[in-house]
Write a protein that binds this ligand. Structure first.
Ligand code: 0A1
Ligand code: ZN
Length: 881
C-alpha cells in the first residue's frame, strides 16, 4: 500500500475548536465486571446547545459491542442510529435526551491499556481503567472530550471471591450482596468532571491506610492499594502523600475537598501515573519503595510523582483543560509544582541539575528535529503522541519563568485568582495568563509566544568592560531557528538571572543604568537585541548568566577557562556552579572532538576545579557528584550540527578517562571517607553521600581494572539497592570479568521482583559496547521479559534505542533494524509504546550521511508495514516530513 493512502486519523486543529453542541449533564454507569467480558450500562442525561438546534447527537465510542440502545426510555431501531468507526450518531434528537446503552467489552484482549484492561494474569490479576486522553470511549458511548463535565454515579458488580475490592472515584455510597456469590458497590462523584478522569479498579488488592486532616478541618481517608506481598513498600508513598497535602496547603492555600483519596499500584501501565479524581493509578515503579528494592533515585521519584498526581487535584482536575491543545496548562504547571515540592523537601540543586540535563538532552533535541512542536501544539492527529517533553518540561520552564517574573507573592496572587475564577471549569492557556496578569496589573500577552512558538531560542551574550568608566556593557541577542511549519519567529520575553564576581570569587554589585529592567538579579530581555550598562565595577567581572537556569534557551557566549573556574569554585547558586563545570567539560569535549592538539586550557581548568571541589568540606555532596558526572552521549551530541556517534563516544571516553586518571588519589580518598554512607538511611543527606560515593567508584572503574575489585566488594557489602545496583552498573559497563557472574547472581536474587528486574534489563541495554545489541536481542527471550509489559519494553528496548546511542547507531545498521522490527511487533500490542520507541528515529536528519540514509530507509520500510497503527504512522509521517 502506498503510505499516502494509509488510513490515519484526521488532523485536529486548534483553530477549528467549537464548544460542544451537546453536553452530558449526568452520567450513570453500571458494570458487570469480568476480565473476559464486561457488560457496561450507561445512562446519559444530555442537553443540546440551544444555539445549535441542527447539530446531530454524536457519541464517541470505539471497539464496543452495542447490545441495547434506548432513547428517553424506549428501545430504538437501527433506523434511528448509525454506528461509525469511532462513534454513534442518533438521528432526529433535539433539545434534551436520556440515552441508555448496554455494551460489551473484553478487558483481557485490551493490550493497548486504554479503557478497561487486565493487570497481571487472568486468574490472579485485577481490572483497572485508563481514560486519558481518549480511553473512555473504549469503555462506553459518551461525549469524550475534556470540556464536557458531569457528575458520575458508578455501580460496580462482580464476583466477590475473584474481585473482593471494587473501587471508583468519589464517595462510596452503598454496597450489598447479590445472589450467586456476587457483590456490588456504588460510588457517587458529585463534582462535575471530564470523562478522562473516570477510573475504576476491581480485584484482589490490599491496602495500607492513614488519614489527613485538612486545613479546613476535613478528615480525608487515605488508602494505598497493592498486592499483599509489597504492602510494606507503600509506606514511603504514604508519607509523600501526606507531605503533598500539607505542601499544597502551605504553598498555594489549596486543600483537598473529598472524603477519600485512593492510590492503586500496578505493574502494567503505559505511563508513570494517572490523576483520576479520588482514585489515582500508579505505575508500581513510582510508588513502591524500600531500601532493598528501590534506589535513592526511586525514592525521590516516588516523592515527585506522588506530589505530581496529587497536585493535579487543583491543576488539571478542578480546573481542567478546554481541549487537548491546552495539555500543558495542566501538565507544565503541575510539573513546575512537583519540581518545587521536591526542591523544598529534598535537594533543590540536584533536582534543578537533573531537570536541566534532561531538558538539554531530550527536549532540545525534540525542538531541533522534525517532531518539534509548540508547547501548545496547533494541530495533532494522535493526541497520545503529544505527551512529550516539550509539553511537560518546556511547559514547566515557562511557568518557572512567569514565577520568576512575578516573584513569590505575585505568582501566588495570580494562582489564587486562577483558582478562584476557574474552579469547576475547562479553560485555556489564555485564561491562565490573564489570571496571572490581572492579579499583578500586568499584560502577559507576549508570553503566549512561548506557548505558540516551537524551537529553542539561542541567547547570545557579549560583554565589554570599560576600565575608565568602570562599567560593563552586556549585549544580549536572541534568535530562534525555523521549525517545520513555522518559518517566522518572534522575539520572546527572556528573564536572565545574573551575578558578577571578581577574580577571587567575591560577589560584586549589580547596578544597571536601566534600573527598570533589572528586578532583583533578573534582567528581562524582550526584544531581539538589547544592551545593558552596569556601573561601579572596579575591574572586569566574571559574569554568571542564567543563574538557576532562568530561561530554557541555548546560551552562546565566549567562554574563558579562568572565568568558568572561578564560577565552578565560588558561585553561590549551586546550579550555576555545576553549569560552570559542565561548560568547561563541554569546551574540552569540543576540542577533543575537533582533534585539536596543544594546550587544553578547558580540560586542565576543569580537572583543577574538580580537584579543589573534592577537597572542599562545605560543598553539597549531591552537587559535587553531579559536577563529577560527565554529560552523557546524547547530551554532548545534541548541540552538534552533524553527529558521528563513534567520534562522540571516543571523545567522551577520553574526557572522562583524563578526569578519572588525574584525580585517582582524591577519588580513592573520598570513596573511603564516605564508607559509612551505605548503611545510612534514606534522608536526602545520606542519599547525597551515597550518590557521591557511587560516582567516585564509577570514575575509578574507568581508570583501572584494579578498581573492579573495589566494585565487587561494594556489591557484596551493599546494604541497599542503590549501592548494589551502582556497583553492578560499574562492573557491567566497564566489562569487568566479574560481570556475567554478578548479573546472574542479581537475577537470581530478584527474579520475582518485576521492578528490580527492570533495572537489570536496563543495565544491560545501556552497556557501552556494540555487543550489547546481541545481548538485548537474547534478553527478549528471557523468562522475565514480556512484550506486553510497558516497563519491560522501556527498560530493554527504549533503553537501547534512546539511551545507548553507540548501539542504536551501529554503523552496520543492525541497531536500526532491530528497533524497527521491535516497533512492528509492539505496534500490534500497544501502539502508544510502539510510537514512543519510534521517536528514536526522530533525530535522523542530524546524523552523518551514512547513518542518515539507513535511518530514513528503515523508517520508510516501516511505514509500508501492514496494519500500522495511527500512533506509529503519525510519528513516522512527521519524522520523514
Ligand atoms: N496525566 C498523567 C499522564 C498520563 C497520560 C496519559 C496516560 O495514558 C496512557 C496515562 C497517564 C500525568 O501527567 O501524570
Ligand atoms: Zn501530569
Amino acid at each position: 500500500m502506498n503510505p499516502s493512502d494509509r488510513q490515519t486519523h484526521p488532523l485536529v486543529r486548534l483553530r477549528d475548536y467549537r464548544a460542544p453542541a451537546w453536553r452530558m449533564e449526568r452520567v450513570d454507569l453500571s458494570f458487570d465486571l469480568d476480565a473476559e467480558q464486561t457488560l457496561v450500562e450507561a445512562r446519559l442525561e444530555l442537553r443540546q446547545d440551544p444555539e445549535r438546534p441542527d447539530a446531530e447527537l454524536r457519541l464517541d465510542g470505539s471497539a464496543l459491542d452495542l447490545l441495547e440502545i434506548r432513547l428517553d426510555g424506549r428501545d430504538i431501531g437501527t433506523d434511528r442510529y448509525r454506528i461509525e468507526a469511532d462513534g454513534l450518531v442518533v438521528c432526529g434528537v433535539r433539545g434534551s435526551a436520556i440515552l441508555e446503552t448496554r455494551s460489551r467489552i473484553r478487558p483481557i484482549a485490551n493490550t493497548a491499556m486504554q479503557g478497561l484492561y487486565l493487570s497481571g494474569a487472568l486468574e490472579t490479576g485485577f481490572l483497572l481503567s485508563q481514560c486519558e486522553a481518549e480511553g473512555f470511549r473504549h469503555i462506553t458511548w459518551s461525549i469524550d472530550r475534556p470540556d464536557v463535565l458531569a457528575p458520575y454515579t458508578v455501580t460496580l458488580r462482580a464476583d466477590r471471591e475473584r474481585y473482593p475490592v471494587l473501587l471508583a472515584g468519589g464517595g462510596r455510597e452503598a454496597a450489598g450482596e447479590l445472589d450467586d456469590g456476587r457483590h456490588w458497590v456504588r460510588y457517587v462523584d458529585p463534582q462535575p468532571k471530564p470523562s478522562y478522569l473516570f477510573a475504576l479498579v476491581a480485584g484482589r488488592l490490599h491496602s495500607i491506610e492513614d488519614a489527613y486532616t485538612t486545613a479546613e478541618g476535613r478528615r480525608v481517608r487515605l488508602a494505598i492499594w497493592a498486592e499483599a506481598a509489597v504492602l510494606d513498600r507503600c509506606r514511603h508513598a504514604m508519607d509523600c502523600l501526606k507531605a503533598a497535602f500539607l505542601w499544597d496547603e502551605q504553598t498555594y492555600g489549596r486543600s483537598y475537598r473529598l472524603d477519600a483519596f485512593h492510590i492503586v499500584a500496578t505493574h502494567d501501565f503505559t505511563m508513570g501515573a494517572m490523576e483520576n479524581t479520588g482514585l489515582n493509578i500508579f505505575n508500581s515503579k513510582y510508588l513502591l519503595a524500600d531500601p532493598l528494592h528501590a534506589t535513592d533515585d526511586d525514592f525521590r521519584h516516588v516523592l515527585a510523582v506522588v506530589g505530581h498526581e496529587y497536585f493535579h487535584n487543583w491543576t488539571g482536575n478542578r480546573v481542567t483543560c478546554r481541549d487537548w491543545f491546552q495539555l500543558s496548562l495542566k501538565e507544565g504547571l503541575t510539573v513546575y509544582r512537583e519540581q518545587e515540592f521536591e526542591s523544598d523537601l529534598a535537594s533543590r540543586t540536584l533536582r534543578r541539575i537533573e531537570d536541566v540535563r534532561s531538558l538539554w538532552r531530550t527536549q532540545f533535541a525534540e525542538d531541533a528535529g522534525p517532531l518539534a512542536h509548540p508547547v501548545r501544539p496547533d494541530q495533532y492527529r494522535e493526541i497520545n503522541n503529544f505527551y512529550t517533553t516539550t509539553v511537560y518540561d518546556k511547559g514547566a520552564e515557562i511557568v518557572r519563568m512567569l514565577a520568576t517574573l512575578l516573584g513569590r507573592e505575585g505568582f501566588r496572587r495570580g494562582m489564587d485568582l486562577y483558582f478562584e475564577r476557574h474552579d469547576g471549569s475547562a479553560v485555556t492557556v489564555e485564561d491562565f495568563l490573564a489570571a496571572l496578569g490581572d492579579a499583578n496589573a500586568l499584560d502577559l500577552g507576549c508570553w503566549l509566544g512561548w506557548y505558540r512558538q516551537a524551537g529553542t531560542p539561542v541567547l547570545e551574550a557579549h560583554s565589554h568592560y570599560d576600565a575608565e568608566r568602570r562599567c560593563l556593557e552586556l549585549t544580549l541577542r536572541q534568535h530562534t531557528a525555523a521549525t517545520s511549519g513555522q518559518s517566522e519567529k518572534q522575539p520572546l520575553p527572556i528573564p536572565v538571572a545574573l551575578a558578577f564576581f571578581d577574580q577571587r570569587g567575591n560577589r560584586l554589585p549589580l547596578q544597571c543604568d536601566d534600573a527598570e529592567r533589572l528586578r532583583g538579579d533578573v534582567l528581562l530581555l524582550e526584544e531581539a537585541e538589547a544592551t545593558f550598562r552596569f556601573t561601579n565595577l572596579d575591574s572586569s567581572p566574571v559574569t554568571s548568566l542564567l543563574r538557576g537556569y532562568s530561561a530554557p534557551v541555548r546560551l552562546v557566549t565566549s567562554f574563558d577557562a579562568r572565568g568558568l573556574a572561578i564560577l565552578a569554585s565560588h558561585e553561590t547558586d549551586g546550579f550555576n556552579r555545576w553549569q560552570a563545570a559542565d561548560a568547561m567539560a563541554r569546551q574540552a569535549f569540543a576540542q577533543l572532538l575537533a582533534g585539536e592538539r596543544g594546550g587544553q586550557p578547558f580540560l586542565e581548568a576543569w580537572i583543577c576545579s574538580l580537584r579543589a571541589s573534592l577537597a572542599e568540606s562545605a560543598i553539597e555532596p549531591a552537587t559535587l557528584a553531579e559536577m563529577l558526572t560527565v554529560a552523557d552521549l546524547a547530551a554532548l551530541a545534541e548541540p552538534l550540527a552533524e553527529i558521528d556517534p563513534d567520534a562522540v563516544f571516543k571523545a567522551r571516553l577520553t574526557l572522562e578517562t583524563s578526569l578519572a586518571r588525574a584525580l585517582e588519589p582524591e577519588l580513592l580518598e573520598s570513596y573511603a571517607a564516605l564508607a559509612s554512607a551505605s548503611a545510612e538511611g534514606t534522608e536526602p543527606a545520606a542519599q547525597a553521600r551515597r550518590r557521591l560515593r557511587n560516582r567516585c567508584l564509577q570514575l575509578l572503574c574507568v581508570v583501572d581494572r584494579r578498581h573492579h575489585v573495589l566494585a565487587a566488594a561494594h556489591y557484596t557489602r551493599a546494604s541497599c539497592l542503590s549501592d548494589r545496583l551502582g556497583a553492578l552498573t560499574c562492573i557491567v559497563h566497564s566489562a569487568a570479568s566479574a560481570a556475567p557472574a554478578l548479573l546472574e547472581e542479581f537475577a537470581a536474587a530478584y527474579r520475582d521482583d518485576p521492578t528490580v528486574m527492570d533495572k537489570w534489563f536496563a543495565v544491560q541495554a545501556t552497556m557501552p559496547s556494540a555487543a550489547a545489541l546481541e545481548r538485548v536481542c537474547e534478553l527478549t527471550g528471557h523468562p522475565a521479559f514480556r512484550w506486553d509489559n510497558p516497563n519491560k519494553v522501556h527498560a530493554l528496548l527504549l533503553g537501547l534505542a534512546h539511551r545507548n546511542p553507540i548501539v542504536f547507531h551501529r554503523l552496520d545498521g543492525e541497531g536500526y533494524r532491530f528497533t524497527a522490527a521491535a516497533i512492528r511487533k509492539l505496534d500490534a500490542i500497544n501502539p502508544q509504546v510502539a510510537a514512543r520507541l519510534a521517536t528514536a528515529f526522530g533525530g535522523w536528519q542530524r546524523m552523518e550521511p551514512r547513518r542518515r540514509a539507513v535511518m530514513r530507509e528503515e523508517m520508510r520500510r516501516l511505514r509500508t508495514a501492514e496494519n500500522l497503527s495511527a500512533d506509529v504512522a503519525d510519528i513516522l509521517g512527521r519524522s520523514l516530513g
